[in-house]
Design a protein around this ligand. Structure first.
Ligand code: ADP
Length: 302
């Protein structure tokens, strides 16, 4: 089974011709509330493929929090370890999409960053019972570090999707089995500019030297690059008409986790995750764009 430790946000998306200036009020053309947060997206991505997924996270005692819990349950994600904050609101992302499709986003993490190392240490048995642990960086960094140490001690593999990118300690990287940056994140983590597959490989090698076991750099339409002690392998992406790249990385990570718990080799798992990512960019929305297993199998047959 998969344990996802991560964020749950409510995305509030407003559509308008243009973003307002300071002090200005505009009429917009549309509004939508949609569940999001990298943790929630990755949990649902894996659950839709058939994985048994438990999510660890925190929401507020408010309507957005109960709405998110309900959605996770509908998606058959186990929610008993999603706790309720006494003082913080559910994480939100306020998103303005203008007439040219450009986004302006403010994320208020709220309850997501309230979980601290001691909260995760109290869930040691949940982590030790996992087949794989999946994390991102929209929660407290020290909490992620503590979770990685716990998993490591129990011999449980950890996928860290280092998004949004921030510098990570060698101590944290040492406890990570699979690190899955995109090209931008790989560049930030390694401290070099990443503009080509060769640069991505160089960045991955820098992270390997810090103790990560496998680095998988996602390359958008070009698929992904695996770099580890066995060398480096470019796993090609699937050509599709990209409509909306939201949740591409999240769908990739959820799929990768599921395939690894099914006993697939890393190359097989990455190929499958590329297919899931390609299907997710072919549809609009975050959770709405995540494919189910039948869709992926059919896609891989054609
Ligand atoms: P992120 O969404 O985190 O920036 P990427 O853009 O690298 O990450 O996308 C993650 C994965 O989704 C890629 O490794 C690939 O498998 C798939 N993907 C993304 N964009 C495309 C695309 N235009 N065509 C096909 N597959 C894509």
């Amino acid at each position: 089974s998969i344990v996802v430790i991560g964020s749950l946000n409510m995305d509030m998306v407003v559509r308008a011709e243009r973003a307002p200036e300071a002090g200005e009020t505009l009429f917009g053309q549309g509004f939508a509330l949609s569940p999001g947060g990298k943790g929630a997206n990755q949990a649902v991505a894996a659950a839709r493929l058939g994985a048994d997924v438990t999510m660890i996270g925190r929401v507020g005692k408010d309507a957005f929090g109960s709405g998110l819990l309900e959605i996770m349950e509908q998606e058959r994600v186990h929610t008993e370890y999603i706790s309720l904050s006494e003082s913080q609101a559910t994480g939100v992302a306020s998103i303005v999409v203008d007439g040219s499709g450009e986004n302006r986003i403010i994320v208020v993490p709220g309850a997501n960053v309230e979980m601290k190392p001691e909260d995760i240490e109290a869930l040691e048995t949940v982590i030790s019972g996992a087949g794989i642990v999946v994390m991102q960086l929209e929660t407290d960094l020290a909490m992620c570090g503590a979770a990685a140490v716990l998993a490591y001690r129990h011999g449980i593999p950890v996928i860290l999707n280092p998004a949004p990118a921030q510098p990570l300690s060698d101590e944290l990287l040492h406890h990570i089995t699979y690190l899955t940056p995109n090209e931008t994140e790989a560049g930030i983590l390694a401290g070099i500019a990443v503009e080509s597959v060769e640069d991505a490989e160089r960045a991955a090698r820098i992270m390997l030297s810090k103790g990560v076991r496998h680095v998988i750099v996602t390359l958008g339409s070009k698929g992904a690059l695996i770099v580890d002690a066995a060398g480096s392998r470019h796993v090609q992406g699937f050509p599709v008409q990209a409509v909306d790249t939201v949740a591409a990385g999240d769908s990739f990570n959820g799929a990768l986790a599921w395939q690894l718990t099914c006993g697939r080799t890393l190359e097989e798992a990455v190929r499958f995750a590329n297919a899931v990512g390609a299907l997710a960019v072919g549809k609009t929305g975050a959770i709405a764009s995540l494919p189910r297993l039948e869709e992926v199998e059919q896609f891989l047959r054609t």
